[in-house]
Design a binder for this molecule. Sequence first.
Ligand code: 9MR
Length: 464
Amino acid sequence: MLQTRTRRRAWIAGFVTVVMASAGFLLSSQFAHAQSTLRAAATAIGKDIGVAVDVGKLQNDSTYRNLVATEFNSVTAENVMKMDTVQPSQGQFNFGPGDTLVDFAQQNDQSVYGHTLVWHSQAPGWVRNLSGDALRQAMQDHITTTMNHWEGDIFAWDVVNEVVGDDNGQLRDSFWLQGLGEGYIAQAFQYARQADSEADLYMNDYSIDGINAKSDRYYQLAQGLVEQGLLDGMGFQAHLILGQVPGDMEANLQRFADLGLKVRVTELDIRIDMPADSNELQRQAQDFERVVDICKGIADCSGVTVWGLRDGDSWVPDVFDGQGAPLLFNDDGSPKPAHTAVLEALGGGEGDPTTGAPTTSPPPTGAGCSAAIEVVNDWGSGWQANVSVTAGDGGVNGWTLDWTWPDGQSISSSWNVDIAQTGSSVTASDVGWNGTVASGQTREAFGFVGSGSSAEPAVTCTAL
Ligand code: 9MR
């Protein structure tokens, strides 16, 4: 475990090209306004910041894995907890991919939001062909077996997903409705309550972020389910278009919260006509900030989950021709303006808590660069550090940091950096886009997950 230390950055005057700087280690809990990951900032205010996870990428892509672990305190399976994966043939349950995500979340101290039990889409052929008692029994078996399997691991479930259609608030004309009649929704919640009395039970849908006929129908359904003690939360997917955060979104979420429900933004993305220019990316950042602000302003909003990690991971371009760039990270894992905006909306970032001015450390005098290692998260089995680089006169167009661990620590994973470790020696180099630091400026350069003690290394920054 790391020792808690006070924030401290030591800068050495008289830089030439190679500059020594000592690394300041600190824990975020002491500095509620200085967190530099979404995760640390959200945790500090008691909210979830979640991400929809592709389990294949989690297993095969280290940049993906590290960002999911370090930037989010909650995860949702993008696909692998849906019925076509979990029960592809009747009675044959396939929990393996979902278990992979649950194991990962537990290793990284993240909550798992369950998506989804009863949905008309991604449902296997065998269940679509049933009706009446056989369908009812299949629904109960699926809910019961799935929830029992992950009991204690999954804190909330989308019990029913997208059960209202897009026309005038009518129930969606799905095989569930056709096979079972309107009562199937309450029935699904009864089975879910019986299966796991601890999990929060949600309804979830898109195009219900503002007040409209569809969200009105959910409001009516919610009232009925609340009266029966069957509903705990309402999920607002928020698959949004740039510039179209509904003006009444806060009022809409609040009316559900006023029923005694939790509310949650479950699948946030904000799509842009491609190619997205820098002005649009800034406006997108403002839209993300608005949505996070809304959740922050509602005590019973449990959090915000974004529907994918990097723009290239999103479902949007496959479905909406010519639209994309809807998420918080670029394809190379670098943060977009929307990431900075969400971080600040959550109360993190580098802003000074009283003045809003950036917290700048004294820059090096002279040329060269210096660096600081900041511990932003500690979950017991490991800790996360973010590393910033400050440029002296003239700026830098590339940097390399070297240090030697004094106490046998090691780096288990890293992002936005090329790392070479030989024994206790570490060399860390920029990956191109983060090599440039303007004269006198500090940039959050990269991050890593470490294990072992927190004894401080002395860092050498070499400017290229
Ligand atoms: O992002 C998911 C995508 O990978 C799947 O192909 C798609 C199949 O329908 O589902 C996507 O996720 C959806 C979510 O489960 C429910 N709300 C809408 C999401 C985007 O389509």
